[in-house]
Design a protein. Sequence first.
Length: 342
Amino acid sequence: MHTIQTVAQYVYLHKAALVGHTVAGSTFQVKDMNARLAALESEKPDTESALSYSREFEAVVAACDAIINQYNESTQQPEESVYQNTSGVADKRKNRLSNILPNQAFRPVLIAEAHKEDTYINAVLVPNLTRDNHDLLTQLPLPSTVTDFWRLVTQFNVGLVVAFDLDSMDSDQTIGDFLPKSEKKPFENDRYLVETEPPRESTVAWEFPLTVHQKAVSGMGNSVPLLHKTLTLLACKDHKLDPESVLELQYKIKSCRLSKKSRIIFMCRNGADQCGLMCVQSILLDRLEADQCLAVPVAVGSIKAIRPQVIPTVDQYKCLYRVLKLAHESKNVYGNVGDGSL
């Protein structure tokens, strides 16, 4: 009911998966990781076919751009470009940045639970290791989209929210108040009451247990049961692309996953930068645990073709590899954290 299962969407994802094949030598066995990284570290590769970080990243970006352009041309409706929002003037008030908009083929459609309720949210469904259209990337809520955010959480079976940039809430007026102030001061609006318990702090995040209570609203049918939901929010600290911090945060994310069926929301101020890195890194670490063969461009391409602003710099691209190396050198510690489910 929530996902868009169309031929065009599957073709789009298939093309995204082909990104890895356009980047020569990008797939490698785990046992060859050190040699692979040594080659990437060199900005002057020994052979013409070899790629440095910069050249590989540029090839991935070019391939994703080509996929997006082909998709836009195939719709034969330029106004429905993944870079444009066609859902109406009202939706433009629900986007923080005019150049980071959802690909309409992968946008989650909210259920209208009340009369004339909008179904739009600036978010995209992205694949994880085993499922298409499973996890979500979104922006931190605007004051006008706080209720929409909690609708997304409750309607799409979200069990974990991985949030960045929350430390700027007090100074950034574009970020809506959507969380409890403390266990004694819950968040409340006309649709939801959100309570928390005392958080647990680690070196990389604050872990908040949340309970969401849905309120009855005018226009909602009596047959709709009012929801009571528990989940976890990780308020992530700034990792500054430090591989050890990124990997530790991945351990924390893995330990907080509830089940194979529940979704993860990755979010930050623009809905792409820091949260996109964590989303892609999570896929790669799960692949490292499950398989002996890695293809970083495929993982990046599968998300970047849906949300082009994900992994925007070569420094983030390098970080993906360096975290994989650290995880491998840690003797599969990552695979022993949490329940191993997705």
